[in-house]
Design a protein around this ligand. Structure first.
Ligand SMILES: O=C(O)C1=C[C@@H](OP(=O)(O)O)[C@@H](O)[C@H](O)C1
Ligand SMILES: C=C(OP(=O)(O)O)C(=O)O
Length: 425
C-alpha cells in the first residue's frame, strides 16, 4: 500500500501510543509470574502481537479484555510445554528477549521471523547460552531451534551490539533458582532500555543489582503478578514532537516526565536546537521556532536518530549524530536509508561509519522538492518520510504505508488529526 502525504504544519493534540518497549517487558514478566496479571493500555502493534504469540506458545494463558487490556496467566511451573514454535514476525525484541527465556524455561523452541529479522544479529548471545546449558544449531538465519536448560552462573556478553540480549538475559536469569551474574565485555549502548527492563522487573517484585561490569541477579526470586498499565511511548511520540519543532504546534498527551525511556531525550535535543518545549505532568508540547542544529550522541537513542535527522534538515547549520553505526542492523540499514531519504527529497545528508551528518536549511530559506521516498518497509523510515513532507513543496510518496503497524498502527490517523493530508493508494 502506497501513501501520498502532505502537510504545511501540524497542529493540535494527540494521545501518545503505548510504549512498545515497555509492553514487551511487562508481558514477559507477566508470563514468568505465577498467577494472573492484568495489563492495560497494551499496544495493538504487530511487534507486541508477536510477543503475545510468543508467551502463549510457551504456556502463558492470554485473554483479551475490553479497551486494550489483557489478562495473562503466567506459565505454570509443572505443566510447561516440552516444545514450542514462535513466529517473531519482524520483532527483534521478541526474538532476543524470548531466546534466553525459552532456554531458562527448558522449552525446546523453534524461532522464525520475517522481513530483515532473520538477518539481524543473534550470534553475540549464543556462546554464553551454550556455556550456560542451552543446545542449538544456528546457521546465521531463522528459523532455528534452541533446546537444553539454562543454569545459573556467569554470563559474558558484548554490550554494544544490542542491549536486547542483556534484557533477555536479565529476565531469564531472574527466573532461575541460583544466583547469576552478567559481565559486559564491551561498553553498554542503548543503556536506558536496560533500565526499563529493571523497572519492569521491579514492578513484579524482582531485582537485579548493578555491579562495576554488569549485573548480579539473585536466584530463587518470584515474579509477583500485578495490575498495571503500559506508559506512553516517547519513541513514537518523537515523530510528532519533531513535527511541532519543524512547523506547527503539537501536544502529545500521556507522556510521563519521569519515564526511563531514553527516547525522552527528543525533548532535550529539540529544546537545544531552539524549539519551544513545554513538559507537563502528563504531556509534552512542542512549538516551532527557528532551529539551529548541533551535535547529538546517538549511542543510547537509535530509534529517534532518523526523525531527528529529518528535523535537522530544516535547521540552520550542520548536525552530526555519532553512534549511528548501530542503525545499520535495524529493520533496514537505517543509516543508509536516512541519508538517502533526506537526499532524495532534496535535502543534504550523509551516513558514513559511525556518523550521520545533516546539512540543514531553515524553512524560511525555501522548501525542498519532495517526491518519492523509499521506506525499505521500515516503520521508522515511513514515519520519518511523512514528517519530512513538512519541509517539502510537493507531496511525499511512500512506497509502503502499512509498515507503520510494526510500532504505531494509528500513525496516519494521528497525522490527519493534526492537519496533515494522507491519500492511500
Ligand atoms: O529493548 C528495546 O525495547 C529496544 C532496544 C533498542 O535496540 P538495541 O538495544 O538493539 O539498540 C531499540 O532500537 C529497539 O527498538 C527497542
Ligand atoms: C528496532 C526496532 O525494534 P526491534 O529491534 O524490536 O525490531 C524499532 O522498533 O525500531
Amino acid at each position: 500500500m502506497r501513501a501520498r502525504v502532505a502537510a504545511r504544519a501540524l497542529r493540535g493534540a494527540i494521545a501518545a501510543p503505548p510504549s512498545k518497549s515497555m509492553a514487551h517487558r511487562l508481558l514477559l514478566c507477566a508470563a514468568l509470574a505465577e498467577g494472573e496479571t492484568v495489563l492495560r493500555n497494551v499496544p495493538a502493534s504487530k511487534d507486541v502481537q508477536a510477543t503475545l504469540r510468543g508467551i502463549s506458545a510457551l504456556g502463558a494463558r492470554v485473554r483479551r479484555m475490553d479497551g486494550g487490556a489483557y489478562s495473562i496467566l503466567g506459565i505454570p511451573t509443572g505443566t510447561r510445554p516440552r516444545q514450542a514454535a514462535i513466529d517473531c514476525g519482524e520483532s527483534g525484541s521478541t526474538l532476543r528477549f524470548l531466546v534466553p527465556v525459552a532456554a531458562a524455561l527448558g522449552v525446546e523452541t523453534t524461532f522464525s521471523g520475517t522481513g530483515q529479522l532473520p538477518n539481524r544479529p543473534l550470534s553475540p548471545i549464543l556462546p554464553c547460552l551454550a556455556a550456560g546449558g542451552a543446545a542449538f544449531h544456528y546457521e546465521n538465519t531463522l528459523p532455528f531451534t534452541l533446546g537444553g536448560q539454562l543454569k545459573p552462573g556467569r554470563y559474558e556478553i558484548a554490550g554494544d551490539v544490542s542491549s536486547q540480549f542483556i534484557t533477555g538475559l536479565l529476565f531469564a536469569l531472574a527466573a532461575l533458582e541460583g544466583d547469576s551474574e552478567i559481565l559486559l565485555t564491551t561498553p553498554l549502548h542503548s543503556g536506558p532500555y536496560v533500565e526499563m527492563t529493571l523497572q519492569a522487573m521491579a514492578a513484579f517484585g524482582v531485582r537485579a543489582r548493578r555491579t562495576p561490569l554488569g549485573w548480579f541477579i539473585p536466584g530463587g526470586q518470584r515474579f509477583i503478578p500485578c495490575d498495571t498499565a503500559v506508559e506512553g511511548d516517547y519513541s513514537g511520540a518523537a515523530f510528532f514532537l519533531c513535527a511541532g519543532a519543524i512547523s506547527g504546534d503539537v501536544t502529545v498527551e500521556g507522556l510521563s516526565p519521569l519515564s526511563l525511556q531514553g527516547d525522552r531525550a527528543v525533548c532535550d535535543v529539540l529544546e537545544r536546537w531552539g524549539a519551544s518545549v513545554t513538559r507537563g505532568r502528563d504531556f509534552v508540547r512542542v512549538q516551532s521556532a527557528p532551529l539551529t542544529g548541533g551535535p547529538v550522541a546517538g549511542e543510547d537513542i537509535p530509534d529517534i536518530l532518523s526523525i531527528l535527522a529529518v528535523t535537522a534538515a530544516a535547521a540552520q547549520g550542520e548536525t552530526a549524530f555519532t553512534g549511528a553505526a548501530r542503525l545499520t542492523i535495524k529493520e533496514c540499514d537505517r543509516l543508509a536509508a536516512t541519508a538517502a531519504l533526506i537526499s532524495d527529497l532534496g535535502g543534504r545528508c550523509r551516513g558514513e561509519g559511525d556518523l550521520l551528518a545533516v546539512e540543514g536549511q531553515p524553512l524560511a530559506e525555501g522548501l525542498r522538492p519532495g517526491g518519492p521516498a523509499a521506506t525499505h518497509r521500515d516503520h521508522r523510515m515511513a514515519m520519518s518520510a511523512a514528517i519530512a513532507a513538512l519541509w517539502c513543496e510537493g507531496p511525499v510518496e511512500l512506497d509502503c504505508a502499512e509498515c507503520v503497524e510494526k510500532s504505531y498502527p494509528d500513525f496516519f490517523r494521528d497525522y490527519e488529526m493534526l492537519g496533515g493530508s494522507v491519500h492511500v493508494f
